[in-house]
Design a protein around this ligand. Structure first.
Ligand SMILES: [Zn+2]
Length: 466
């Protein structure tokens, strides 16, 4: 009896294996333009190279077991591998473009409530610094977060994650920084971990205890820096809740000296820096970032020759957040000068309740073109390969390359890839694929009826009715 049972178990497992194996294969055919293809993946794109985007017209993309396994022209597919591909599912992308998913390397999307009251204050003419002085800004979010349970915070944040996935984002960095005390910072970081564990989007977590000086430490900023260094960083590191460490190095927030102390403390625990720099003033944040080999320095609205000089030859990715400069009416960062000087540039959404209540990376691309005078090709590089670098994901995300994670999106029917940043208010993303599977997992209007016939038919149910 045992032998018979074992035999059936083996048959059953074999069928399950075959079914899983077959199920995990997905072929996207007849793609009008496959964007950002790479035979040899680069970890970043700099200067003049940013104006070039590799594209294959009339292309196919083959995904297996959650990874990109092959791509090329439809002609190549018909000559070669098509006959051997028994895809259970195939999508027909006629008239549509396929992009690698956006990598959003700078967000604060775990937060409680919203701050549209301050939005009105800003319309009435109060500055970011004035609002901060009145107890608004980051401290307002800190109070709301303190009064919100971890479960409620997760639910609120999960809705934002679903929103950005539908807008084409396949990898996101999320910061703490609305806690400003150990318990509340840990609450935020645990919510980020729950997002990591429960969604197919790739998540990187950054500890930003030094986002603002909390009200209890008013006039005692250095004491708060001591708390961040001595009480928060060791616990965050011990619980493995952060991949990176961040400091708001700017006028009215933290100085270069504070930033250096915090970065050194984080580096002892293996936390590489990604810092907020030069948004409100020539803060020295960029130079501090390059000195400590930060993965990225972000914002950079106030950047001149010294900042550009400091970034040239460094391993630090200048990351621009045009959504917040747009929302706050700040001067735009000098993207053109940076690219012309030979630097790479990444762009991210800065999704947060106070200065950029949007995680829409397609809109970020539009702002890059319209306000920063970047070309469509440059903005595509900035939100894919370069922003993947800015969150440590160059090897696995940011382009269409064999072996990379199959995070891509299929557009609606559009005339050209330039149409994406051009049509700044239109939702042009039709199908999202994360780790090789459609998300959300519902039948798509694109699913090819033909694909389910003949060779592409799914396997029979397990033999013996098991
Ligand atoms: Zn930020």
């Amino acid at each position: 009896m045992e032998i018979i049972t074992s035999f059936f178990n083996i048959c059953y497992l074999r069928q399950i294996f075959l079914r899983l194996y077959t199920y995990m294969r997905l072929l996207v055919k007849n793609i009008k333009g496959l964007i950002q293809t790479e035979e040899k993946p680069r970890n970043k794109v700099c200067g003049k190279d940013m104006s070039v985007i590799p594209i294959i017209s009339d292309a196919y993309l083959l995904i297996e077991n959650g990874l990109i396994s092959d791509f090329g022209t439809m002609e190549e597919l018909k000559k070669g591998p098509e006959k051997s591909i028994k895809a259970h599912e195939a999508l027909d992308a006629s008239g549509r473009f396929v992009f690698p998913s956006f990598c959003d390397s700078h967000t604060h999307l775990v937060y409680a409530g919203s701050r549209e009251i301050e939005f009105t204050d800003k319309i009435r003419g109060l500055s970011y610094e004035e609002i901060a002085k009145r107890g608004g800004g980051i401290l307002n979010s800190a109070k709301k977060l303190h009064d919100t349970s971890e479960d409620d915070l997760f639910e609120q944040s999960a809705a934002r994650i679903n929103e950005i996935i539908s807008q084409g984002t396949g990898a996101v960095e999320i910061k703490s920084g609305y806690g400003l005390n150990l318990d509340d910072e840990l609450k935020m970081l645990r919510v980020i971990k729950r997002i990591k564990d429960n969604f197919p989007i790739e998540v990187r977590s950054t500890f930003l205890g030094a986002h603002a000086v909390p009200a209890d430490y008013k006039g005692r900023r250095e004491k708060y820096v001591d708390v961040v260094i001595n009480e928060m960083i060791p616990v965050v590191a011990a619980e493995e809740l952060a991949d990176y460490i961040d400091v708001f190095c700017d006028k009215g927030f933290f100085t270069m000296e504070d930033t250096e102390r915090i970065l050194m403390a984080g580096m002892k625990y293996g936390l590489r820096a990604k810092i907020h720099a030069n948004e409100l003033d020539y803060s020295g944040g960029v130079q501090t970032g390059t000195k400590y080999n930060a993965l990225s320095v972000d914002h950079l609205e106030r950047s001149g020759d010294k900042e550009i000089e400091s970034l040239l030859g460094s391993e630090t990715m200048p990351t621009l957040l045009p959504g917040s400069a747009f929302f706050l009416g700040l001067p735009d960062p000098p993207a053109r000068r940076m690219i012309d000087a030979g630097l790479p540039v990444a762009m991210a959404s800065d999704y947060n309740p106070g200065s950029s209540p949007s995680g829409n990376m397609k809109l970020v691309m539009s702002l890059g073109c319209i306000r920063l005078k970047m070309l469509p090709e440059e903005v595509i590089n900035a939100v894919t390969i370069n922003s993947a670098y800015a969150m440590g994901l160059s090897d696995t995300h940011g382009s269409i390359a064999r072996g990379k994670v199959a995070n891509v999106f299929i557009t609606k029917e559009i005339p050209s890839y330039e149409f994406m940043p051009y049509a700044f208010g239109s939702d042009l993303i039709e199908t999202v694929i994360l780790k090789g599977e459609e998300y959300p997992p519902t039948p798509s209007s694109l699913r090819s009826e033909q694909a389910l016939k003949g060779e592409d038919k799914p396997p029979n149910p397990p033999e013996g009715g098991l």
